[in-house]
Design a protein around this ligand. Structure first.
Ligand code: F6P
Length: 324
């Protein structure tokens, strides 16, 4: 393989730059030329290839976001539109592609290799941690720590004012981030899209009331954005239990900032492993790197595509036991 390209797609995540650095430098060390594709799938359509050398990725390991930039690209769902991407890849003589992104990006990566024959390796990077085939995605650890920092601060006000606080974290469809932040932040209640019953207002209020009866004078609820509007929940809770309730939406603050050591390490290791896998792939072959039970793994994409990562029920129940 003489020329590979690397791109980031979907939502940015801290540690993606570490992965780009690892891909570029590993490929160069193996004698391959490297191009970056700016703006993700859109960049493939618009022929936005930039030559990269080892210097292009200097000084980025500590930076959040992605130096290659990223964009949502709904047009890429159309087969006839994708043809121009394949034309550009061929024209640039790219014979291997590394795609860094979340679950949606993985589908795109798989389609590219199936339709164009170009070998593709997928590197899971998303604060949502919702990619089947890996226990962790790049950026998740940083986002968890941002959430924890926020809870630790909010707890001061919650305790001082005897209030219930709802901390709304990211996770439109999945609750991995909320569960981890809630558990490690000591939240009384965690609300995630996967567990609808647990998010019923009657149940939430009875847990809070039970706490008040035992002498609790403040509570933290961590809620994933996919569950609903935290302001509405706060209003209803205040009305029902007669205790002041407030909400804070962390939003995009969780997606930015300098990556933690764990997010950088994952980016570096995934990038290195991905290039090694890619260089050995045949035409039409697509793979994904991941980490499972503390071991690096490489999956064939056809074995993992379309499968859903399951929420850790035991971790959820464990938190219920802690929040008495
Ligand atoms: O990066 C994942 C994620 O943060 C989701 O949790 C969130 O719902 C979504 O991205 C929103 O991102 P955007 O506004 O960029 O589409």
């Amino acid at each position: 393989m003489k020329r590979i390209a690397v791109m980031t797609t979907g939502g940015d995540a801290p540690g993606m730059n570490a992965a780009i650095r690892a891909v570029v430098r590993t490929a160069i060390s193996k004698g391959a030329g490297v191009f970056g594709v700016e703006h993700g799938f859109k960049g493939l359509l618009e022929n936005r290839f930039v030559r990269m050398d080892s210097h292009s990725v200097s000084g980025i390991i500590n930076r959040g976001g992605t130096m290659l930039q990223t964009m949502r690209c709904p047009e890429f769902h159309k087969k006839n539109v994708r043809k121009s991407a394949y034309h550009n890849i061929k024209n640039m003589k790219i014979d291997g592609l590394a795609v860094i992104g979340g679950d949606g990006s993985r589908r795109g990566a798989h389609i590219i290799s199936k339709e164009s024959g170009v070998p593709v390796v997928f590197i899971p990077g998303s604060i949502d941690n919702d990619v089947y085939g890996t226990d962790y995605t790049i950026g998740f650890d940083t986002a968890v720590n941002v959430g924890l920092g926020a809870i630790d601060k909010i707890r001061d006000t919650a305790a001082s004012h005897e209030r219930v606080f709802i901390v709304e974290v990211m996770g439109r469809e999945r609750g991995f981030l909320a569960l981890e932040i809630g558990l490690t932040g000591g939240a009384e209640i965690i609300l995630i899209p996967e567990f609808k019953k647990e998010a019923e207002i009657g149940r939430i209020c009875s847990v809070l009331k039970a706490g008040i009866e035992k002498g609790k004078d403040s509570s933290i609820i961590v809620m994933a954005e996919g569950v609903g509007l935290s302001n509405k929940f706060a209003e209803r809770i205040e009305k029902r239990i007669g205790m002041e309730a407030r909400y804070t939406v962390l939003g995009y603050i969780q997606r930015g900032g300098s990556p933690t050591a764990a997010s950088r390490r994952l980016g570096l290791t995934f990038g290195y492993k991905a290039v090694k896998a890619l260089l050995g792939q045949k035409r039409g072959e697509s793979t994904m790197v991941g980490i499972q039970a503390n071991t690096m793994v490489v999956h064939s994409l056809k074995n993992v595509i379309g499968k859903e990562r399951k929420i850790d029920r035991q971790a959820y129940r464990m938190n219920e036991a802690f929040s008495i």
